[in-house]
Design a protein around this ligand. Structure first.
Ligand SMILES: Cc1cc2nc3c(=O)[nH]c(=O)nc-3n(C[C@H](O)[C@H](O)[C@H](O)COP(=O)(O)OP(=O)(O)OC[C@H]3O[C@@H](n4cnc5c(N)ncnc54)[C@H](O)[C@@H]3O)c2cc1C
Length: 395
């Protein structure tokens, strides 16, 4: 069907309502452009997802921020390209004079005017991700965010706190019961007085980038659906504006805003042996994984922490040794304690599961070691959980 015919059909269906504020043809064209933009963004997202999957074991070990940046840039580029193509095509069919001006909003963020290479704000949450969460059937509250209230704060070690938050029916949050279950935690500068859930799309139009709510990934340490509570363990590195600083300043009664559940890995319980490795950021996920193991499981967990005074209780089967690695005054992310300890392990049998989450360089080194063991790739899950910014090391 030609574009003209499609427009006639559309006009018949929608074009006569008093509520239509723009001429029906513009309305139709805007709808076409809006869809092009949306599908272009989705295509960009899909391309990056495929590329990352392909590179999972051999490619560069990207940090979470870099992955987000990649998704955001690809979505913007995809949206801009699709929008341009749609305008060209419609222009050819209808005549360029009949197209709505570029300045007329498609109802989306003004993607076409954004430089696709522009680095997105730290709190950028791609619309496509929210949409896919909805389509997975999650009951999401407000803007794809669940707003809970902080009930308790427990000190696990001088560097880590557990924040327990709750809400009736967990504000719609549905656990996915994976060992690495995690969420995006959204936080905003309290001085701005923003009330969650945050309408990121609308805020992006009005707030300067540095004031946008931010989001960071955090593991759901446990969920108690009966008590309507869940817990997240935070590393208290206190760089200004960071989620770590937010956790250090959090108080009972404050809101805790999280996305739907993500994460997909649980070590196969039938593995002969389990190797875990993590620094503080990865310890919550490792703790959850260890708690899920059968009672007779055998293995070792290499856990990097600041020093002997920072060890804390992690329930584990007797056959899984917790081996604490102390940085003894070195800054997090600057040692090779984890790869060293992993390299020192005897060659594991092929049916061994490996789960490791740490700073980017350590994760990359551990990934190389695990590859050299020749294990089944499906049993190996090694991820960079954060990236050390060297300029910020303070001795
Ligand atoms: C799937 C997933 C699950 C995660 N789960 C947890 C979790 O349960 N608990 C947790 O604490 N973290 C977890 N992390 C790591 C957390 O998302 C990152 O540490 C994140 O960068 C923290 O954001 P920020 O705003 O505090 O710091 P950023 O703004 O990202 O960085 C600011 C500065 O802090 C430094 N920095 C960042 N993280 C750390 C750190 N962990 N230790 C020391 N310095 C740091 C950076 O080098 C930089 O200089 C997880 C990450 C992923 C990908």
């Amino acid at each position: 069907m030609s574009h003209r015919k499609k427009y006639k059909k559309y006009q018949k269906k929608y074009g006569h309502g008093a509520q239509v504020a723009v001429p029906a043809q513009d309305h139709f064209l805007l709808e076409v452009l809006r869809r092009a933009e949306k599908h272009g963004a989705k295509a960009g997202h899909k391309t990056v997802r495929k590329a990352l999957k392909h590179a999972e074991h051999n490619g560069p070990n990207l940090s979470e921020a870099e992955v987000e940046e990649l998704y955001a840039a690809a979505e913007r580029a995809g949206a801009a390209a699709a929008l341009l193509a749609a305008r060209k095509m419609l222009g050819k069919n209808l005549g360029h004079g009949e197209l709505p001006p570029e300045s007329m909003s498609t109802g989306h963020a003004p993607m076409a005017t954004v430089d696709p290479r522009q680095v997105p704000p730290a709190g950028y949450v791609p619309g496509a991700t929210q949409a896919s969460e909805r389509s997975r059937g999650h009951h999401l509250q407000g803007m794809g965010q669940h707003v809970l209230t902080i009930k308790r704060i427990e000190e696990l070690s001088p560097e880590m706190v557990r924040i327990v938050a709750g809400a009736p029916k967990l504000a719609g949050y549905r656990p996915n019961s994976k060992a690495d279950q995690y969420v995006k935690m959204y936080y905003a500068d309290p001085a701005l007085g923003l009330v969650p859930p945050y309408d990121l799309k609308a805020l992006r139009q009005t707030l300067p980038r540095q004031q946008m709510p931010r989001s960071r990934s955090y593991t759901i340490r446990w969920v108690d659906e009966a008590a309507e509570e869940l817990a997240i363990d935070f590393v208290l590195h206190q760089d200004p504006g960071s989620a770590g600083a937010w956790a250090a300043a959090a108080k009972v009664g404050d809101p805790m805003v999280i996305s739907g559940a993500r994460g997909k890995f649980t070590p196969r319980s039938k593995s002969d042996y389990f190797i875990f490795a993590a620094d503080e950021a990865g310890i919550p996920a490792i703790s959850s994984a260890v708690a899920m193991l059968p009672e007779n499981a055998q293995g070792v967990a290499l856990l990097e922490i600041a020093g002997p005074g920072s060890e804390f209780t992690i329930p584990h089967p007797d056959g899984v040794e917790l081996r604490w690695l102390h940085r003894n005054g070195e800054a997090a992310g600057t040692t090779d304690l984890l790869p060293q300890a992993m390299r020192a392990l005897p060659q594991p049998s092929r049916n061994t599961a490996v789960m490791a989450h740490a700073e980017r360089s350590a994760a990359k080194a551990m990934s190389g070691i695990a590859s050299s063991w020749g294990l089944d790739k499906k049993s190996v899950h090694i991820y960079s959980y954060w990236t050390l910014r060297r300029a910020k090391i303070r001795h």
